[in-house]
Each structure stands twice: as structure tokens, then as C-alpha cells.
Design a protein around this ligand. Structure first.
Ligand code: S3P
Length: 212
């Protein structure tokens, strides 16, 4: 399961629900043809290693929606990896590309769709505002610092060049996590991911959407 998790690649009027991480069994029904016209764009946010892409796939599959991965879209359009963009042009340029790619996805993707963002996307105010302007429902995938460190910084087997640029120094990684937490908590919904299968998290989100 650990391998699965490592696969990569404003406020508003709506009520905010914070799930305590109930773990409905994976076999419970998610109607595969469910449509949530009130929430046609589901955006997953959370720190690196929280499972945004890994949960996004089964969530989109369960809902019968399109899945879009922002980091993958950036890499496709740039013809290079995110570590390469950071290395060649720096983080500020990466943030520009990220914001432009986000805008393009929101303007061109047919609804409904599930969007997995990068860990730094929603914490940039202009991106959060853009998501709000498009009526996206934002879901924060929570995980403890220990889980995130284990997934991103410890026991990595990937070659150096594929390690996330902001996960190379565990102390800086933890500081960034603490700094961003209050911003992630502005999401519409928070779901625990610690020690849970991506499919179980996806199922919980699909069920909670009905209560939003
Ligand atoms: C980043 C997270 C990464 C990627 C980039 C920057 C961040 O995405 O967008 O390395 O600032 O937290 P994941 O959260 O999907 O690893």
C-alpha cells in the first residue's frame, strides 16, 4: 500500500464539515453514476504525500467523472519534470506555470471533474480565489507530519532527480507543513488519510459530498 501512496507522477457561505475520519468499508456502495451538480469541480488539496493524486483516481472512478492531475498537466505541457523546472528556473517560475496551468484546466475542462492539485497550489491566494471563482469545492486531505515524512522523505527509493524539490530537507519540509496548515484548513471539507487505503478515503469523500 505504501508504494501506492508514493505514486506521483476565502471563505464562503457553504458549510464546512470536518470529518473525523470515519472509515466506511470499501465494499459499501458508491453509486458509480452519481452526479453532484451542486459540486461539479472537486479539488483535492493537502501537503506533499497526503495522497491527492492517489485518492483522486479512485474518487473520479467512483463518481464516473474525469480526473485531472495538475502536476501531471504541468509536466506534460512543459515537456519536463517538476524537479527539472525547479532546478532550471526556480520555484517562482514554477508557481507562475502552476497558476497558468490551473487557470487553463478550470477554463477548458468539461465538468464534472476531480482535480488533484500540487501541495502548494491552494495556499497561493490567487489560486484559491480562482478556484472559488470557478465554484470548485475544495477538500483537504489531512495526514500527520510523521505520515508525510515517511511518505516523502524517509526510505525513498526513487533516483535523486525524482524526489520532490521541497521534500529534500526534512526540517524545512516540516516547517513548510506547519506554515501551510492554517491555509489548508480553509478548505470546505477535511478528511483524514492516516493509515487508510486511498479507496476508503475516496469513498468517504464521495459520501460526504452529498451532505455539503
Ligand atoms: C509542491 C508540491 C508538489 C509539486 C511541487 C511543489 C509544494 O506536488 O507541485 O513539487 O509546494 O508543496 P505534490 O503535493 O503532489 O507532491
Amino acid at each position: 500500500m505504501r508504494v501506492l501512496w508514493l505514486i506521483k507522477s476565502a471563505n464562503r457561505a457553504a458549510p464546512i464539515l470536518h470529518s473525523k475520519g470515519q472509515d466506511p468499508t470499501v465494499s459499501a456502495d458508491i453509486p458509480t453514476t452519481t452526479r453532484h451538480p451542486k459540486h461539479p469541480i472537486i479539488t483535492l488539496t493537502g501537503f506533499m504525500g497526503s495522497g491527492k493524486s492517489t485518492v483522486g483516481h479512485p474518487l473520479a472512478a467512483a463518481l464516473g467523472w474525469t480526473f485531472v492531475d495538475l502536476d501531471a498537466a504541468i509536466e506534460r505541457s512543459q515537456g519536463r519534470t517538476i524537479p527539472e523546472i525547479f532546478e532550471q528556473e526556480g520555484e517562482a517560475k514554477f508557481r507562475e506555470i502552476e497558476a497558468l496551468t490551473l487557470r487553463s484546466i478550470l477554463e477548458t475542462t468539461a465538468c464534472p471533474f476531480v482535480l488533484a492539485t500540487g501541495g502548494g497550489t491552494f495556499v497561493q491566494r490567487h489560486n484559491a480565489e480562482l478556484l472559488r471563482a470557478h465554484g470548485a469545492t475544495v477538500i483537504f486531505l489531512q495526514a500527520s507530519a510523521k505520515t508525510l515524512l515517511d511518505r516523502c522523505c524517509h526510505g525513498l527509493t526513487e533516483p535523486e532527480g525524482t524526489v520532490r524539490p521541497l521534500a529534500r530537507d526534512p526540517d524545512a519540509f516540516l516547517r513548510l507543513y506547519e506554515e501551510r496548515l492554517p491555509l489548508y484548513r480553509k478548505a470546505d471539507l477535511s478528511v483524514d488519510t492516516d493509515n487508510r487505503a486511498p479507496e476508503a478515503v475516496a469513498q468517504e469523500i464521495a459520501l460526504l459530498l452529498d451532505s455539503l
